[in-house]
Structure formats: C-alpha cells, structure tokens
Write a new protein. Structure first.
Length: 324
C-alpha cells in the first residue's frame, strides 16, 4: 500500500497548476514501477488536502457569480478530487506499467455519525493564508481556520475516523487479478448511515493516512508506504537538537507520540495510522519518506521504517513477488 500525500502532488500555494501535479505524478511513477517490477502487488491511496480546498473555494466563488449553478458540498468536492487525481495518477502510471493494468476507483468511506471529530474541525484543506486573510474568509464563509504546523493559516474541517471502505472487495479482486489499483482517494467520499438505512454524504474530509491504514489492514498488506514532505521522521524538529529516525519499533514511536514530538497537524496522523496498521499482525512494516526519496528508501537508503519490534526491522523491502 502506497499512500501519496495531497501535498506531494500540490503544495497548496497561491499559484498551483495542473501541470505541477502531472510532473509530481511522473516523478512518483518511476519508483512505484520499480517496486512493481520486483513482484509486489500495489494499491495506491492519495490525499487531497490542497485540491479539495481549491475545489470548494472555486465552487463558492462561482456561486457568487452564477447562483444558478449548484454549490458543491465537501462530499461532492472529495468525489471531484478523486476523479481528477485518479486521472493524473492512472495516466502517468499507465505510461510506465503494462498497458491497461492500472485502474482508479471512486471509493466511499463509512463513518460513525456520532464521531466527536464532527464537533472539532482539525483537518487542514486548501491554500495557506496570512492570518488576517484567513480570518476574513472565515467571517465571510463561516469557516473554521487555524495555524497549520507553523506554515500559515488554513481552513479546518471535520476529519472523522474511517469505519469501512465500501469498495474493499473490489480493490482486493482487481489487485489479485494483477491491476495496480488507485483507491481510497482523499480518504474516500465521506458517508454516514441514515435513519432509513441509506447512505448520505457529510461535510468532512477523512484523513487519507487512517483510510490507508484501514484498507491496508483489510487487504492484508505487508508494507505500508507513506509519502510526505520530508525524507525522514525527526524528533525535536525545528530545534537545535533535531534527530532523524531511521528505524524504530512501535514502542519508541508511541513514546515520541506521547511526548508531543509529532503534531496533529503534520506527522501525528501518519504515526498514529502506522501504529494502527502494525497492530494488525506480525510481518508488517511502515516506511515514511518523501516522494523524491522514495526510490532510495525502497532500496533501504533513507526514509523512516517502523516495525512491531526492533528485530523485525529489515534493511529494505526486497523482492516479494505476488505480495501486497
């Protein structure tokens, strides 16, 4: 399972372009193709933090100019981002993998309607703003805004935990048939069960790392790769005593998490998702690295590897034909 951060494709700056997303996807395609060449079966997930915020902002602006056009809620924005990012990833991967063996799915993720996250918007989406601009937008549109890990101010939305990805069996079937599958995009379209037993979309964006962990566990994956904005995980990040972590076990990861080393707005969800995945059984491993460092990290040179125990940590993923 390879989880691609939305910021790995688009940094969320003021001059974002479609071209930069294609360029980033091409850089990611090479190490993913190399991994597939060693025999791994691969399922990809992706984030959508910048993209879904831009889609929602565009919808809000257009509604002011052309009120006859439908205003998009966040569930529709997530669906929109799944289609566009799935297209970008599938078309670039299709250029380096066997023709017709890459497929992108629109996926739906079921949540608990009583999840307390609905009352605490913590998931950053969209662009970074100066504080004054962010507060003005919040007043104008009823947003929740907050500082995002010291990088600027962003809109915050609810991010409930995933309970089930409805297309899990479809992903399993396609993967077993030899397809590289793109699924769980943006954490999945957020759904809850309605009183009549049906499903309805809600105003939320699910963290793709938790959906990736859930889906990887459900599929029985052995390796979960999480790409992010740094080559390796660090403790005391931004301080003189900063120390990078090459290989750690779950006990060390839990200690650092409890000590506040991994903020919720940045590395925290990735570490929590890694711990949840590793609790699912022996023989599992998590690799966290940057898109640029992915190829080297897969060969054992770079990245941060997390395993259930120190003895389980290995120098590299190695060839594992037919394994996920």
């Amino acid at each position: 399972m390879v989880a691609i951060g939305g910021n790995a494709l688009l940094r969320g700056g003021g001059h974002a372009t479609i071209a930069e997303q294609f360029d980033a996807a091409r850089r990611l395609a090479r190490p993913i193709a190399a991994l597939a060449g060693t025999g791994w079966r691969i399922v990809l997930t992706h984030g959508n933090g910048p993209q879904v915020g831009f889609i929602k902002r565009r919808s809000d602006l257009v509604a002011e100019l052309a009120p006859e056009l439908p205003l998009l809620d966040l569930d529709m924005c997530v669906a929109d981002s799944q289609g566009s990012i799935g297209y970008i990833l599938a078309s670039t991967l299709g250029g380096v993998l066997p023709a017709g063996r890459v497929t992108a799915l629109v996926t739906h993720t079921l949540m608990d309607p009583e999840d307390p996250a609905f009352a605490r918007p913590t998931k950053p989406i969209g662009a970074f703003y100066p504080e004054t601009v962010a507060r003005a937008l919040a007043d104008a549109h009823g947003w929740h805004v907050a500082q995002d890990a010291g990088r600027g101010w962003r809109r915050m939305v609810p991010s409930p935990r995933p309970r089930r990805v409805l297309e899990t069996e479809a992903v399993r079937t396609l993967s077993a048939a030899g397809f590289t599958v793109i699924a769980g995009g943006g954490g999945g379209i957020p759904l809850v069960r309605a009183a009549d037993g049906g499903l309805r979309g809600v105003e939320a964006v699910i963290d793709k790392d938790f959906t990736s962990s859930w889906l990887a566990d459900a599929l029985g994956a052995e390796l979960l790769v999480v790409t992010t904005g740094v080559d390796r995980v660090a403790v005391d990040y931004g301080r003189p005593g900063r120390r990078f972590l090459d290989r750690i076990d779950v006990d060390e990861a839990r200690r650092h998490l409890a000590d506040g080393q991994f903020p919720e707005g940045s590395m925290g969800p990735k570490i929590r998702a890694a711990l949840e995945f590793l609790s699912g059984g022996p023989g599992r491993e998590v690799l966290i690295t940057s898109p640029e460092g992915l190829a080297a990290a897969l060969d054992g040179d770079g990245g941060t590897r997390i395993a259930a125990t120190t003895s389980a940590l290995t120098p590299s993923a190695g060839p594992n034909r037919g394994r996920l």
